[in-house]
Design a binder for this molecule. Structure first.
Ligand code: FA5
Length: 344
């Protein structure tokens, strides 16, 4: 009996001292296992008299029950503590402000392209598209630039084969529209698109850039209509204080032809290194559609006349936003692009 009492004291003390689930599992095996201490006590019953055995057995059983209950309690305590720890470790503070997702925005080339197209749409022009892989026929021949003509040198071309090329200007869309709409006059279209030239990339030249072609064909269209339209374009896109200047120029598909300059964005006209001290920056080419171009499309050039212009959108973006290297419009640097976020 004394042994049972002594063992009980040791067991209860040891159980209260355990610090982990692993330790209590070890004690469980030590006390309650097949070769455990309580089983050891049971073995000793053999040496007792028949009178002593029931009392001894009852005490050992009571001890066994008590130890089992205590161990189960401890195991539960440790499991609960572990669960609590895990909950605390994985705790999410739902009051913390969330992480904002990056919101994309339109590329400046798209912004200006849309602005110009929307302006002309508001004046009754239709937006028309055309293929980037174009036939020599529409890019050159119908623009009055026959094979072997020196004017082809003005636009160094990526040829695909003898008939096909990457269009060098949106004038290729113009010649397609003239042919398609010859029986459906007047024509009032605005044609945006990518264009390609074998130009060396530098601060103001890119081998791929964007142009927008404008074309108006009707009876009695004059140079003054062209000038007025370009003034509306420039003042809307660049600001009402912008002036334009027409310089005589040469294009094979317009006669007369002009190069159109706008007031330098950098010096506002006083002269600086950006505008090579002239106060002006070249923006687009334009002119009255050559009668031969109209005739090739099947339009009576005695009755109809019209103007056309081709604006470089990249140059327009550079002018409008003071971007000093065209290449930065194609390198996807978010430090530049994120400045064009619109908050509307
Ligand atoms: C033309 O392409 C004519 N088709 C424009 C035209 C249309 C004239 C209709 C008359 C009637 P030009 O080669 O000058 O013209 O190019 C027009 C504009 O495209 C230039 O003013 C410039 O803004 C832009 N541009 C030309 N080459 C490049 C280039 N490599 N990189 C960026 N922009 C360019």
């Amino acid at each position: 009996m004394k042994k049972i009492e002594a063992l009980k004291t040791v067991m209860l003390t040891e159980i209260t001292k355990v610090n982990s689930l692993a330790e209590i599992e070890t004690l469980k095996i030590k006390y309650l296992g097949k070769k455990g201490e309580i089983q050891g006590l049971m073995q000793e019953m053999r040496h007792l008299s028949n009178e002593e055995r029931p009392q001894f057995g009852a005490l050992v059983n009571a001890l066994k029950n008590e130890v089992e209950t205590l161990i189960t309690q401890k195991v539960d305590e440790f499991i609960q503590a572990e669960v609590l720890n895990q909950i605390n470790a994985e705790h999410i503070d739902i009051t913390l402000p969330g992480q904002n997702l990056e919101v994309g925005n339109q590329h400046p080339l798209t912004i200006v392209e849309n602005e110009i197209c929307e302006l002309f749409e508001s004046m009754g022009y239709a937006v028309v598209d055309g293929p980037e892989v174009e036939l020599d026929l529409y890019n050159f021949e119908r623009a009055n630039i026959p094979e072997n003509h020196p004017a082809r040198e003005m636009q160094d071309t990526f040829f695909i084969d003898v008939e096909r090329l990457l269009r060098t200007h949106t004038t290729a869309i113009q010649t397609r529209v003239l042919e398609a709409e010859a029986e459906n006059l007047p024509i009032k279209v605005i044609c945006p698109g990518k264009t390609y030239r074998r130009d060396e990339d530098d601060a103001t030249h890119s081998h791929q850039f964007i142009q927008i072609e404008g074309l108006l064909i009707d009876e009695n269209i004059k140079m003054t209509d062209l000038k007025g339209t370009l003034e509306v374009l420039v003042k809307n896109v660049f600001g009402s204080d912008q002036e334009i200047r027409l310089r005589p120029s040469y294009f094979q598909f317009t006669e007369p032809s002009v190069e159109v300059d706008v007031t330098c964005f950098n010096c506002k006209g006083s002269g600086c290194s950006v505008c090579k001290q002239t106060g002006w920056i070249e923006l687009l080419g334009a002119g009255m559609v050559h009668p031969h171009v109209l005739e090739m499309a099947g339009i009576d050039s005695k009755k109809y006349s019209g103007f056309a212009f081709g604006i470089g959108v990249d140059r327009a973006v550079m002018l409008k936003y003071g971007v000093n290297d065209i290449r930065s419009l194609y390198t996807n640097d978010t430090r530049l692009l994120s400045q064009f976020k619109r908050f509307d």
